[in-house]
Design a protein around this ligand. Structure first.
Ligand code: HPA
Length: 242
C-alpha cells in the first residue's frame, strides 16, 4: 500500500486521530528534518506526519530544511504528500477561514536550498503542473463529501518571509495572477517533484493579505482564523485518508 505523508504547517503541528505506532528520528545527507517523523495509521491508511516548523513550532519558514524534510520522507518510503499551509488571501473571494487547493505556484523565495541537483546530478524536472491532480481531486472530493466549501484552483505566491508583505508587494503579486500568498509553498513543491513524490497542497487562509482589509495584519487575527478554520482542514484530511 502507498505510504502517504501529511506535512503540517502553522496551526497543524500534530495529526489528531493518528494512531501513532512510532516516532522516528531520521537523518539525511542534507541534515535533519524539522522534527521526528510520526508513523501511524489513520483508518486503513498508513500515514507519516511531519511538523514543518518543528514540534514546538520553532523553525521559521526561511529556515525550514526543506531538502531534509522531503529527503527524509523519501527515505522512509513515502510516495505522496499532502501539505497543509496557512496563507494570506489576495483574491477577495479567498477571505479568512477559506480553504484553497491551489493548482499553480510562483516562487518568489530566495536564498533557500531549493534543489537536489548539483555537480554530477543535472536534473530539469517538469513543473508544468506543480501539484498532482489526483491528490487535488481527492482533497476536493473529501471536502465535497463533508459539504465544506473549498476553492478548486488558485495561484500560490511563495514569498520569503518571515515578515508579511507591503501593500505594493501584494499589488504586484495580484498583477502576476496570484490568489493566495504564503511562505512555505516553495521549494517544498519542487523538491517533492525532483524526488518523484506526488504532492498537493491544502491552504487555509488565515488573513487577508496586506492592503486587502482595513488596517494592519495582527497575530491575534491570524490565530483566530487558525482556531476557527483548521478544524475544517483536519476534517478534510481525515475524510481523505479514510
Ligand atoms: N503573507 C505571507 N504568508 C502568510 C500570510 C501573508 O499574508 N498569511 C499567512 N502566511
Amino acid at each position: 500500500m502507498s505510504l502517504i505523508a501529511i506535512v503540517g504547517g502553522t496551526g497543524l503541528t500534530e495529526l489528531e486521530g493518528l494512531e501513532r505506532t512510532e516516532s522516528r528520528v531520521v537523518d539525511t545527507p542534507y541534515g535533519a528534518p524539522s522534527a521526528p517523523l510520526e508513523f501511524g495509521r489513520f483508518g486503513q491508511q498508513d500515514v507519516v506526519f511531519l511538523a514543518r516548523h518543528g514540534k514546538g513550532h520553532t523553525v521559521p519558514p526561511h529556515q525550514v530544511n526543506y531538502r531534509a524534510n522531503i529527503q527524509a520522507l523519501k527515505q522512509v518510503g513515502v510516495s505522496e504528500i499532502i501539505a497543509v499551509n496557512a496563507v494570506g488571501g489576495i483574491n477577495a473571494a479567498m477571505d479568512a477561514e477559506s480553504l484553497v487547493i491551489p493548482d499553480q505556484i510562483i516562487d518568489y523565495t530566495w536564498g533557500r536550498e531549493f534543489t537536489f541537483a548539483g555537480q554530477g546530478n543535472v536534473i530539469h524536472v517538469d513543473f508544468t503542473f506543480p501539484y498532482t491532480e489526483r491528490l487535488r481531486q481527492g482533497l476536493l472530493a473529501a471536502a465535497g463529501k463533508l459539504n465544506i466549501k473549498i476553492h478548486d484552483g488558485g495561484v500560490y505566491a511563495a514569498t520569503q518571509g518571515p515578515r508579511l508583505e507591503s501593500i505594493a508587494e501584494i499589488n504586484r503579486l495580484e498583477r502576476d495572477g496570484c490568489d493566495i500568498v504564503g511562505m512555505t509553498g516553495m521549494p517544498e513543491a519542487s523538491l517533492a517533484r525532483e524526488a518523484d513524490l506526488e504532492y498537493a497542497c491544502l491552504s487555509l487562509v488565515v488573513n487577508m493579505a496586506a492592503g486587502r482589509s482595513d488596517g494592519i495584519i495582527t497575530m491575534e487575527d491570524i490565530e483566530q482564523a487558525i482556531n476557527n478554520g483548521m478544524g475544517n482542514a483536519r476534517a478534510i484530511i481525515a475524510q481523505f485518508l479514510s
